[in-house]
Design a protein around this ligand. Structure first.
Ligand code: UDP
Ligand code: MG
Length: 310
C-alpha cells in the first residue's frame, strides 16, 4: 500500500490561484510514489472559490474542501485541515504559490529519513519592499525577546508534519492557536529547509497591518507571561525612582524655593497615564484570552465539506 500525503491549503478568496496550485501539486506528485489528497480550507470566501473547488473536484476525486461558515483566519483554517486530514504525513502550505510546490520532494525525503517535523525558513526575499522585510525581522526579534519559544526569523507556515505530530496537535484545544510557536514548543525530531519564496501568483496579500499586529501580540501572549513580569518590573523601577525624587521635592518646598511645575506635572501625568493604560491593556489581553478559552466554543464552524471526518 502506498502512503498517503495530505496537503492542507487555507484559501481566502483565492479563486484564481486554486486551479494553478492544484495543477502544480499534481505535477509534483506524478514523480512521487505516494497517494495524495488536497484539502482546501475555504475560510469564509466571498468570491467564487467554492464553485472553483466543486468544479475541480468533479475531475479530481482527490481534491477536497472544507468551507467555513465565515472567515476564521489562517491559523484556524490550518487547524481544520489538521483535524480532517487522513495522511501518513500532512503538508501545510499557502494557496498563492509563495510556498513552492517544487520543495515537496525534499520535504518528503526528510520525512522518510525519520524527521517528524520538516519546517521551512524563507530566505530574505530581495524583491519584497524594504518595509515588509524590516518589519518581519523586527517581528521575530520582538517575539523572541518577549516569549519563551525561540522562532527562526523567516519561519513560514509551510511545513510537513508526521501523523504522530498531527495527532498531538489535534488534541490541543487552544481557542487561538499559533502554530509557528506551538511546533517549536512540542519538540519531536525537526529539520529546517531553506527556500526562496515565490511571488504571490495572483490577487493580493490577505494579511493587513492590523492582522499582523494581532498575530504578533498573539504570538507573544500565547507563549509567555514575560510581558506581565515586565509590567511589574517597570512598576518597581518607577516607584523606587519616585522615592528618590520625593525628598527633593519636599526639600524644595520647605526651603522656600519657588515650585513652578506646570510643564513637568503635565508630562508626568501624560507619561504615567499612558504607561498605566499599556499595562492595563497587557493584563487585559491575558484576561481576554482566559475568557475566550473558558467559553469553550468550537474553534471554527464548517458550513459544508466533501470530506469524511478523519
Ligand atoms: N488566509 C486565510 N484566511 C485569512 C487570511 C489568509 O485562509 O483570513 C490564507 C490565504 O488564502 C493564503 C494564506 O492564508 O493561502 C496566506 O495568506 P497571504 O498570502 O495573504 O499572506 P502573506 O503571504 O502575505 O503573509
Ligand atoms: Mg502569501
Amino acid at each position: 500500500m502506498r502512503e498517503l500525503v495530505s496537503i492542507i491549503i487555507p484559501a481566502y478568496n483565492e479563486a484564481e490561484n486554486i486551479p494553478v496550485i492544484s495543477r502544480a501539486l499534481k505535477d509534483v506528485f506524478k514523480t512521487l510514489p505516494y497517494d495524495y489528497e488536497f484539502i482546501f480550507v475555504c475560510d469564509g470566501c466571498t468570491d467564487n472559490s467554492l464553485d472553483v473547488l466543486t468544479n475541480l473536484n468533479t475531475q479530481n476525486p482527490e481534491l477536497f474542501f472544507i468551507e467555513f461558515s465565515r472567515n476564521f483566519g489562517h491559523q484556524l483554517a490550518v487547524k481544520a485541515g489538521l483535524d480532517h486530514a487522513h495522511g501518513d504525513c500532512v503538508i501545510c502550505m499557502d494557496c498563492d504559490m509563495q510556498h513552492p510546490p517544487s520543495l515537496l520532494p525534499d520535504m518528503i525525503a526528510k520525512w522518510k529519513e525519520g524527521y517528524e517535523v520538516v519546517y521551512t525558513i524563507r530566505e530574505d526575499d530581495k524583491r519584497l519592499p524594504a518595509g515588509k522585510r524590516l518589519s518581519s525581522k523586527l517581528y521575530y526579534k520582538f517575539l523572541n525577546s518577549l516569549s519563551d519559544v525561540d522562532l527562526d526569523a523567516g519561519s513560514a507556515d509551510f511545513r510537513l508534519l508526521d501523523k504522530k505530530v498531527v495527532n498531538v496537535l489535534r488534541n490541543f484545544n487552544e481557542s487561538d492557536p499559533f502554530y509557528r510557536g506551538l511546533l517549536k514548543w512540542i519538540g519531536f525530531k525537526q529539520y529546517a529547509i531553506r527556500y526562496q519564496p515565490g511571488q504571490r501568483h495572483l490577487g493580493t496579500s490577505k494579511y493587513n497591518l492590523k492582522k499582523m499586529i494581532r498575530l504578533a501580540l498573539h504570538g507573544v501572549t500565547s507563549f509567555s507571561i514575560k510581558p506581565l513580569y515586565a509590567a511589574a518590573y517597570l512598576g518597581f523601577i518607577f516607584s523606587l525612582s519616585s522615592l528618590l525624587y520625593i525628598p527633593y521635592v519636599l526639600y524644595a518646598l520647605y526651603s522656600g524655593q519657588e515650585v513652578s511645575g506646570w510643564a513637568s506635572i503635565i508630562m508626568t501625568i501624560v507619561f504615567f497615564g499612558g504607561l498605566q493604560l499599556i499595562i492595563l491593556g497587557i493584563t487585559g489581553i491575558y484576561l481576554g484570552k482566559m475568557f475566550m478559552q473558558s467559553k469553550q466554543r468550537p474553534n471554527y464552524i464548517v458550513r459544508s465539506t466533501n470530506l469524511k471526518q478523519a
